[in-house]
Design a protein around this ligand. Structure first.
Ligand code: DI6
Ligand code: FE
Length: 400
């Protein structure tokens, strides 16, 4: 059955660029967009269901392409320590940081992890998020990574949200492997990834390339394994220092390299050539009081696609609003509101390997969109948090 949505304007992101249709009409059929364009050009036909959007601005459903939504405990105590002047790296070296979330996550049941993550996702959905990526990486042994990934799959099955799962077993060194990072990488490559992939729990493979995590050589072994398993890769790169992880990611045709504050122009050139998306995470930049900005000019100059995500995690970005991240992308990282919106729609879809089906309003794509009662699309990056009046359509059906 065809449904007509009209009396609206649309920011379509068609062909991957910010573009606007004033006085638009959208026809959905089942889960897909069948037609979109100016209302004056609407094909004549029979539209059994007609929705009046009352002058709303329609955007693609927002996509949060980098989160660590599933975790046990929280780290507000470390936040207080950092405010007293202790650094993130010092906290990590003293057994806190990621390791403390690993302890809490290992101790939590699947049901507990599901319940706490579902609440966080409810916050993201209040911002019009219809697709989210969630990483493992707080289990760091086979059983606990499996537990996280099963929770991620269950969130996708039970919530009105499309969920992509990324295995981040190479996030930190688990205590069992203290001073044996190469052995842990070997374990990931020979035991964990093959088993988790065979169980259908993994859509992509990620790693943390950093002096306080894993070296480029170690990451490369993980990438080679992912490639053998037919899984796309992503990378946390250049967040705290410059190891050229983003160039390594580009060599493996990574979907994305994420963070990137310390990347160089050569890294940007390599990413542009491989079509690797730059995922910027202003929540972590802000929360760590980072001062080194990602090289926006180099990214723009070389035509690297830029996405914006929440990095929702308990240590460096307890961010429950993707719209707030759009604001920070503009105020802290100096993106434009148009770039920020493309970064949470079409470029985010590309960072998840979903650009063929998601991220823009075009005939043939999945009918995931939000009708916002705002004056201009820039309002999405303007308001600091809060909840905007809106209607959310997912797979052609209104939710909320
Ligand atoms: N970079 C980050 O910002 C998060 N993970 C990563 O590799 C932080 C995760 C945490 O501190 O719990
Ligand atoms: Fe992250």
């Amino acid at each position: 059955m065809k449904t007509l949505w009209q009396n609206c304007h649309a920011a379509t992101m068609a062909q991957g660029v910010y573009s606007i249709v004033e006085d638009a009409a959208i026809v959905t059929e089942g889960e897909h967009i069948q037609w979109i364009g100016p209302r004056a050009e609407l094909p004549t036909g029979d539209y059994p269901a007609v929705n009046d959007l009352k002058g709303a601005w329609v955007t693609p459903g927002l996509i949060d392409c980098h989160t660590h939504t599933v975790f046990g405990g929280n780290r507000s105590g470390e936040f207080e320590q950092r405010l007293q002047g202790v650094s993130y790296a010092e906290i990590a070296a003293a057994g806190g940081g990621i390791a403390s979330t690993v302890r809490a996550t290992r101790a939590a049941s699947e049901d507990e992890l599901f319940a706490s993550a579902a609440k966080r996702l409810a916050s993201l959905m209040r911002d019009g998020v219809t697709t989210v990526e969630i990483k493992s990486g707080y289990g760091l042994d086979l059983a606990s990574e499996r537990k996280m990934l099963r929770v991620i799959r269950r969130l996708g099955a039970e919530l009105p949200l499309s969920v992509r799962s990324t295995c981040l077993a190479a996030h930190a060194l688990p205590p069992e492997y203290k001073d044996r990072a190469d052995d842990y990488i070997e374990h990931i490559c020979t035991e964990m990834l093959p088993a988790l992939a065979a169980e259908g729990l993994v859509d992509a493979v990620d790693a943390f390339c950093e002096y306080l995590a894993f070296s480029p050589a170690q990451v490369e072994r993980v990438f080679i394994t992912a490639q053998r398993l037919g899984l796309p890769v992503k990378l946390h790169a250049e967040q705290l220092s410059s190891l050229h992880g983003s160039s390594l990611a580009a060599r493996y045709q990574a979907l994305s390299a994420d963070h990137l504050e310390f990347m160089t122009e050569d890294d940007a050139r390599a990413m542009a050539e491989s079509g690797t998306v730059a995922v910027l995470l202003p929540g972590a930049f802000y929360f760590l009081r980072e001062t080194q900005l990602p090289p926006m000019e180099a990214l723009r100059k070389h035509g690297v696609k830029i996405a914006v995500a929440s990095d929702l995690n308990p240590g460096t970005s307890p961010a429950l609003s993707l719209r707030l991240m759009l604001n920070m992308a503009c105020t802290c990282l100096r993106m434009t509101p148009e770039e920020a919106l493309a970064g949470a729609t079409i470029h985010a879809a590309q960072a998840l390997g979903l650009a063929q089906t998601h991220g823009s309003l075009e005939a043939g794509k999945v009918a995931d969109f939000v009708a916002w009662h705002i004056e201009r699309p820039a309002d999405l990056a303007y308001w600091l948090g809060g909840e905007l009046e809106k209607r959310v359509v997912r797979h052609g059906v209104e939710i909320d």
